[in-house]
Structures are given as C-alpha cells and as structure tokens.
Design a protein around this ligand. Structure first.
Ligand code: WT7
Length: 638
C-alpha cells in the first residue's frame, strides 16, 4: 500500500523525512509498486547541466501497476464511469477487468499496425473511454503517446505530429461538446496533408458523422479490434524510458514537447493523488479536465487508476444542457471528489446558487481546484455552496512540467486559507528568489518560485531539443528549476501563487504564450506587427488583448471585418481558445530605442491602470502612447 498521511503531524514528519533523505523517502514509496527489476540507485541528478534519473535501471511497465498488480482485488470494481455529453444517452461503466481487456486488445491492434516500442502515437480524441484505452495501450507496448487537445486547430495538430514524428494518429469521426458537433476527422485530414510520418489513422465512431476514409491509411477502431485477443504481455520498460510527450506553451516560439518518463511519473502521480485527495477505497473521483492537458493525464488516467480508484470521465461541457449539469452528475454518480478549474467555478457562480441548490451534493467529501490562481470570492462560493461548508478545498499548484501536484493542502489535514496553495508536498523543495537569483529566506517574502531539488515526476527534456529544456527551466536562476510563477510566502509560511512572471498568460486555465498568439496574428496578410498581453478577466482569469498594426492595404476594409478575419486566423493557426478578447488597431507599438516593445505600457492600458505608466519620454515613439490610451477608450492623464 502506498503510504498515506493521515494527520498534520504526520505530514510534518514525512516532509522532514523527505528533506533529510529524499532517496530513502522515495525509495520507500517506490517499494509499493510492481517492478520487473528493482532500481540500482534511487536518484542521479544535475541541475547545472540538466539531467535527472529516478530509479536508475529499474524495469517495469506502468500498466502492470494499474492492472496485474491489483486485479485480484479490483476486477469487478468500476474503473471508468463515462458520462456522455447528452444526458439522455446512457452512462457506461467499465470495470478494471473490462478496461484491462480493452487495453490489451488495443495494444495488440497497435502492434499489428506496426507500432513498436519507442514509436510516437498522436491521440486527438474527445473525452470518451477510448481516449484512456488509447493512452494505456501505448504505455502497454512502450509506444510514446502525444495527446493533443481536440480543440486545437489542424495547424497546431500537424506541428505537434511533425515535431515528434508520430507514426499513428488515433482520433474520432466527430466530437459532441455541448450543442456542438465538431468534425474532428476533418481536422485530422487537413493536418495530415503536411505530415509525412503518419502511416495509419484509427478512427473511433462516435457521432456517425460522414467522414472521408483514406484507403490504406485510415481504419475504423471498431473494425480493427474485432476478434483481436484481449490478453497481452506488457513490454518491459526502463524506469527512464519515455512514457509520453505533452506539448505546452512557453514564453518563446512554438509549444514544446514536455517529456515524462515511466517510473518517476508513476510513483509521483499515485502518491500525490492518494495523499492530496485522501483517497479511500470506494471513492468516486471526478476530474473535469480534458485528457488533452496534464491534469487529464495525471489525475484522470494515471494517478487515480494506479490507486485503484473509480473515475468519472465526462464528455461534455459544464453548461450543457443546463448550467446545473456538473451538480446533476455529482448526484447521479455519487461523486465524492470533485476537481475542477477556477474558471469553471466563476462561470457557474455567475448563474447564482439556485442551479446548485437544486441538487443534494451530499456525496461530496473533497473539492479541488487547479490550473490558475483561485480568487477568494470563488473559493468561498465553492466552499459554501458546493461543499456546504464541510468539504475541504485542495488548491493544487503544479504544471505540465512538474507532472504532478507540487503544493496543495492535504484534504482535511492541512488547514486551508482561501487562495493559498498552502504547503509543498513531501519531497518538494520550493524556494523563492529575487530577480538576481538570491534566495529570499524566512516568511513574508515575495518573488520568483523555483524548486531546488528534483522530484520523481519532473520534466526530463523537451522532445528533440534538450538545450531548449536547459535554457527554459535551468538557466534563469542557476542551480534551480524555474517555474515561471511569482509567489508569496506569508507570515505562516503558506504559499500563494501570484501568476506568471514571464510572457505566458493563463486563459481559463489554458496556458498560452503571448509570442505564439502574436505569430498567429502576424500571419494575417494585412498585419505588419502585433503585441499581445494578458489582462484580468472576471471569468477567464486572464483575457487576451492584442494591439495590431495594419498594413496600408487595410484602408480598403472595415476595421470590424478585419477584426473578424483576425479572429478566424488565430482559430485556424492555434485554435478557438487563443482568440483575443480585444483587438485594438494602432498605428505603432511603443518601443525602446533599441526596438524592444514596451509591454509594460501595453499591459497597463489593457488593465486600464494608466495612472502609473511611468516615464515614456525615452521611447522611440512616445507619441503612440497617447493614441493607444485614447484608442482604448481611456483618458490620457494630464
Ligand atoms: C501554470 C501551469 C497543472 C495543471 C494545469 C495547468 C498556473 C496551475 C495553479 C494554482 C495558481 C496555478 C501556474 C502554472 N497554475 N495551478 N493552483 N494556483 N496558479 O498546467 O498548463 O502547465 O500551467 O498554471 O501559473 O505555472 P499548465
């Protein structure tokens, strides 16, 4: 049994133990998994020339730890309860035994289609059980999955497929999301016009939309699984063999492929799941994320299934067919743990408490929050109206790169404080540094959040470009992993995440690089240049504000038409989630004499906080500042 902390003093004790001897601490936890061969060393690491290896030379397969290890106890227990988009369609329950069979069967299919250990497989699927089966089947045979959120555009999908040279794409004919019926396969077809590495596409029939099946390349899922054996011997993996790649945005250029490996990720996701959520046998765990994000990887699929939990997998959106859908599903499936993003809470909060109060919600024991800072008002609403004042909230801070939750209360154990991620998990060593990299010790300090010691599920590399990994995470502050977040440690030693300090914005819990959005906008033929900044948004947390300089040819077009066309371009290049909330056309961007865009000024205008613009006289073009302020509908301070 994976050790579970049950008291505050137990937490403090484990935390101290993990500081005093991290290797003994993690080695002890790792003993509770099934290894084909034990590790030689728990940890080898170097943050200067980045390299981290956990459970060195250990051999295992993560799916044997989900299935074979526990099956004698869990065979008939539900693994996945799938709730469809449309409530009139029946929910589906899949037991551990059934899931095991499906995973083995699909693993055999992948092998038959030529997928071998180490090959990359792209998964572009809606929230249907096949998405989890696909991931686990890859892990079973040692193929590396790269799940791409099915809301991303064809261009985004082909970029990701090409970056990691995927051999196979797993997808669906279509995707039901609220009232929408999205033609997923069409997007894949378009993407694959530019992807020469892809040999096969396997398509789940979900919406029965008419699709084009390319002979020799495209296969129906239900046809290829027919008659295929449901037993399969797992591939033996090295502890450090890649488990998956997941692309995420940074402050520069194209999204990068964050690489997670097998053993460390397994140990950390299971341990953090059990301890943060205080999972007990029989609990029903619902994480509302999409499997396209790290939250879906770690706390829909791997963490909970390694712990033998029952998960809810929900296909739809929070507001369909009505704004009480979440609460209806909680009652329907007697959900005990509910884990969602602040943006969803704020959106539902805007409809008042009546939709919540229509449902009992008595099954709930623990509430979770993830993806962005949760404001105090949303925290209180969640606590009082959803949790009825007796469910602890775990505000879990972590990142795609961290693989698992890094700071969070342990449910019901760590005293909570609204908007605080509270304390680090055992094994996590956060430190706060100032802009010169000097450690800020003691309490009541604020600065850049770094981690000074490895933890098992940390990023190993960025796919195909280790230099980029070193530069992004290990060069800003020497000897530390830099998170990109600002943080405050209060008088009690509690941590509060303040948001990104780099050029990354967080829109509805989705991470976006401002450079990425600018590149998309700049690809429009009428655009000369642009600058994108975030601004506080009541529901999304942050909104996207774009300043755009247009070509003179734009004079022949209405500005509103151009705006529409820019939104379309961004949707096509990235996806609808990256569409700016505001597009302001300007004649120039404020620049320093060396030609650098003064984003600080643009941020202030977007925030409507122009009282504190500072000195703008040293700019190359100070005159544009007034124009920008007025163009934003604000008054130039006298
Ligand atoms: C960024 C990581 C981790 C899963 C989802 C997002 C922000 C995440 C919190 C939180 C304040 C948070 C940070 C982080 N973030 N959780 N509880 N409180 N901020 O993963 O897309 O990799 O984004 O999300 O800014 O750096 P991601």
């Amino acid at each position: 049994m994976i050790p579970k902390i049950s008291t505050l003093s137990g937490y403090l004790y484990e935390y101290q133990k993990s500081l005093a001897n991290p290797e003994a601490f993690w080695g002890n936890i790792a003993e509770n998994f099934y290894w084909r061969k034990k590790w030689d060393n728990v940890l080898e690491w170097d943050f200067d020339n980045y390299d981290t290896k956990w459970f060195v030379n250990g051999k295992l397969n993560i799916t044997e730890n989900i299935f074979e290890k526990n099956l004698f106890m869990l065979a008939d227990q539900p693994a996945i309860i799938w709730e469809p988009n449309d409530p009139s369609e029946a929910a589906i329950t899949i037991t551990y035994k059934e899931l095991f069979e499906k995973v083995c069967q699909f693993a055999n299919v992948l092998k038959a289609q030529g997928v071998q250990k180490g090959d990359r497989v792209a998964i572009y699927m809606p929230m249907i059980p096949e998405a989890a089966v696909a991931m686990l089947a890859c892990a079973r045979i040692g193929a590396i999955h790269s799940v791409v959120f099915a809301g991303f555009s064809a261009t985004s999908l082909s970029d990701r497929i090409n970056d990691s040279q995927c051999k196979v794409v797993l997808t669906s004919d279509g995707n039901f999301r609220g009232k929408k019926n999205i033609a997923v396969k069409k997007v894949v077809d378009e993407a694959l016009e530019n992807c020469s590495s892809v040999e096969k596409v396997i398509v789940v029939q979900r919406t029965h939309a008419e699709v084009n099946m390319k002979a020799g390349r495209d296969l129906w899922w239900h046809e290829v699984v027919e008659g295929v054996f449901t037993d399969n011997v797992a591939e033996e993996m090295d502890a450090e063999d890649m488990l998956f790649i997941l692309y995420t945005s940074g402050s520069t250029g194209k999204p990068k492929g964050v690489v997670h490996t097998t053993a460390g990720y397994m140990v950390y996701t299971a341990y953090s799941f059990i301890n943060v959520f205080q999972y007990n046998k029989g609990d029903i765990f619902w994480c509302t994320a999409d499997v396209g994000w790290i939250t879906g990887h770690s706390y829909i699929v791997y963490g909970p299934l390694l712990a033998g939990a029952t998960i809810i997998m929900y296909e739809g959106v929070p507001t369909y067919p009505d704004v009480d859908r979440f609460w209806e599903v909680v009652d329907k499936h007697q959900v005990t743990h509910f884990y969602t993003a602040p943006t969803a809470i704020r959106a539902l909060m805007s409809y008042g408490i009546e939709p919540v109060n229509k449902h009992k919600l008595t099954s709930l024991k623990v509430l979770g929050s993830v993806g962005e800072p949760i404001n105090e008002e949303a925290w209180q609403w969640y606590y009082l109206h959803v949790g009825k004042g007796n469910c602890p909230i775990v505000d879990t801070w972590w990142q795609t790169e961290t693989g698992g939750m890094m700071m969070s209360p342990l449910a019901g154990i760590t005293p909570t404080k609204p908007a605080y991620a509270t304390l680090p998990l055992p094994g996590v060593q956060p430190i706060i540094v100032d802009n010169d990299g000097k450690e800020l010790k003691g309490n009541n300090v604020e600065g850049n959040l770094c981690i000074k010691y490895p933890w098992p599920s940390m990023i190993r590399t960025t796919y195909g470009d280790h230099e980029r990994c070193k530069n992004t995470y290990f060069s800003t502050f020497k000897g530390y992993y830099f998170t990109g977040d600002g943080v405050k440690r209060d008088a009690d030693g509690y941590y509060r995440i303040l948001g990104r300090v780099d050029d990354v914005i967080n829109v509805s819990g989705h991470r976006m690089g401002t450079a990425e959005v600018e590149n998309a906008i700049n690809s429009h033929p009428l655009v000369i240049e642009s600058a994108v900044v975030g601004f506080p948004h009541e529901i999304k947390g942050q909104g996207i504000y774009a300043y755009v300089v247009l070509d003179s040819a734009s004079e022949n077009h209405e500005v509103d038409k151009i705006r529409q066309s820019l939104l379309l371009t961004v949707s096509k290049v990235i996806g609808p989630i990256a569409k700016p909330d505001t597009i302001q056309v300007v004649t120039g961007l404020p620049k320093t004499r060396s030609g650098k865009i003064m984003r600080r000024i643009l941020r202030k205008v977007a925030e409507k906080e122009i009282g504190s613009l500072g000195d703008t006289s040293t700019l190359l073009n100070p005159e544009v500042v007034e124009e920008i302020i007025e163009g934003a509908g604000l008054k130039v301070p006298s």
